[in-house]
Each structure stands twice: as structure tokens, then as C-alpha cells.
Design a protein around this ligand. Structure first.
Ligand code: ADP
Ligand code: MG
Length: 251
């Protein structure tokens, strides 16, 4: 594997009963890239993301992350190796404050933090506040999470993932369900984080304007297969893609 490839998927297959949800999917992602995955509903995008972090186990295939074979490794071990997935706000504890949510994530990531109380606790406080500042919700750190706007909950969701110090972050439709302007603000935030923290981002997105604006490269899925990968310009002009996806896009 060449040095700057952070993630490599080889021949990933997943069946749900008779349904072949991902068909022999292989791809590589260079370190630091913003890679979009697009394709019609049911194309297998979410399944593919779950196969990469082993939230769904592949029937066959291999995933290499940072040069190491992580196929079949428990999801929490994969997180500790530096790969995280955002969960569309379902991982937020709605009754806890914003601060507490990120603190728990941080503690879970580094259980040793407890043994260094009280010194480490203040370190932790700085870290949590830094993360909240980064995603723009530091002023809401004492707010009960469930009371925040949907857009701010998306930010908190990203903050919870950041607390685990990922090198690679998977975002399944990060801007879904928010107004267009907020979607752009969120994507700007994600791009800034990628650059500042040198993180690699894999994101699924339906809005083609967002995809073409933010992706370094785009991978196109159709009926479980990965049919093309290229720069936004290449994908815009790929005849096969136009026919299989962009042309027939009814969404
Ligand atoms: P996408 O994210 O591109 O919309 P998905 O990966 O969610 O597509 O789904 C791909 C196909 O696999 C769909 O036909 C979907 O119904 C099916 N599928 C996904 N998850 C499951 C599951 N847990 N059990 C059964 N079928 C599933
Ligand atoms: Mg999906």
C-alpha cells in the first residue's frame, strides 16, 4: 500500500438474505481527502460505510486502515485505531448537557483519564472546551442537549466524534434535514476540521451541489456496485455515471 493511502477496501461483499447489498467493492482513499459517496437510494452507500468500520460484518473482503488489516476487528477497537462514524445524532444523550456529552466520549476514549484525577480532569475540561469551540457550540456547553436546534445537535454529534481523535471520520448524510444555508455551514465546518486536524473524511450526500463543492473525489454507487471514482469534473463528465445516476436522478 502506498504511503499516503489511509484506507483501502478490497472486494467487500455483503448480502442481506438474497439481496446483494454491496458487490465486490474496492477503493482506496488518500490521507487527508474529502471523499463523497453518491448514488440513488438503496445503492448500498450506508452499508458500505458500515462495512468499513465493521458495524456490519462483510461476507467477504478486506479493509486496511493505516496499513493494518482491520477486517473483523470489534467496532470499538476500530474507533481506538482512529476511525469514527457520526451517527446522525442518535448517539447524543439528550438529557445530558453538551459539555457532558463530549466529556463522556473523551473519557470513553481514554479510560486512563480517571486515574489522574484531579489534574487530568482539568486537562479534560480544556480539551472538551476546545472541541466545542471548534464546532461552534462552546457558548451552549451547559445547555441540555435535547433542547438544542437540530443543526446544533449535528454539531454536537461531530464534537462527540472529534473527542475520539479520529484520523478518519465517516459521515452518513451530515447535512440531511437541515436548511440549505445550515448545510453549507456544516460542510464548511467539516472541511475546516479536515484541514486543521489533518483528518480524512468519507461522506454520503444526496445534494449534488454540495458534493461537487466539497468533495476532492467522488465515488459513485449503483445497485451495490462502485461504478466510478473521480474528481468532481471527471464525474460530471462520465457518460456511464450520467446515464446510471445523474440522468435518472429523481431525488
Ligand atoms: P443507501 O445508503 O445507498 O441508500 P443502503 O446501504 O442503506 O443503501 O441499502 C442497500 C440495500 O440493502 C437496500 O436494498 C436496503 O434495503 C438493504 N439493507 C440495508 N440494510 C439492511 C438490513 N439491515 N437488512 C436487510 N436489508 C438491508
Ligand atoms: Mg443510506
Amino acid at each position: 500500500m502506498s504511503d499516503n493511502i489511509i484506507l483501502k477496501a478490497e472486494g467487500l461483499n455483503r448480502y442481506f438474505g438474497a439481496l446483494h447489498a454491496t458487490k465486490d467493492v474496492s477503493f482506496e482513499v488518500p490521507d487527508g481527502q474529502m471523499r463523497a459517496f453518491i448514488g440513488p437510494n438503496g445503492a448500498g452507500k450506508s452499508t458500505l460505510m458500515d462495512l468499513i468500520c465493521n458495524r456490519t460484518t462483510p461476507n467477504s473482503g478486506k479493509v486496511t486502515f493505516l496499513g493494518e488489516d482491520i477486517t473483523g476487528l470489534a467496532p470499538d477497537k476500530i474507533v481506538k485505531k482512529g476511525m469514527c462514524k457520526c451517527f446522525q445524532i442518535t448517539q447524543i444523550f439528550r438529557d445530558l448537557t453538551v459539555y457532558e456529552n463530549v466529556q463522556i466520549s473523551r473519557i470513553n476514549m481514554n479510560k486512563k483519564a480517571y486515574s489522574f484525577l484531579p489534574v487530568k480532569q482539568s486537562y479534560l475540561r480544556d480539551e472538551v472546551e476546545q472541541i466545542l469551540e471548534m464546532v461552534g457550540i462552546l457558548d451552549k456547553m451547559n445547555t441540555v442537549s435535547g433542547y438544542m436546534s437540530y443543526g446544533d445537535q449535528r454539531r454536537l454529534d461531530i464534537a462527540i466524534a472529534l473527542a475520539m481523535e479520529p484520523r478518519l471520520l465517516i459521515l452518513d448524510e451530515p447535512a440531511a434535514g437541515v436548511a440549505r444555508e445550515e448545510a453549507y455551514t456544516l460542510m464548511d465546518l467539516i472541511r475546516q476540521l479536515a484541514q486543521k486536524r489533518h483528518m480524512t473524511m468519507l461522506f454520503i450526500e444526496h445534494d449534488m451541489e454540495i458534493v461537487f463543492n466539497y468533495a476532492d473525489e467522488i465515488s459513485v454507487m449503483s445497485e451495490g456496485a462502485l461504478i466510478a471514482t473521480g474528481t468532481p469534473d471527471e464525474i460530471k463528465n462520465n457518460e456511464f455515471v450520467k446515464k446510471a445516476y445523474l440522468g435518472g436522478m429523481a431525488e
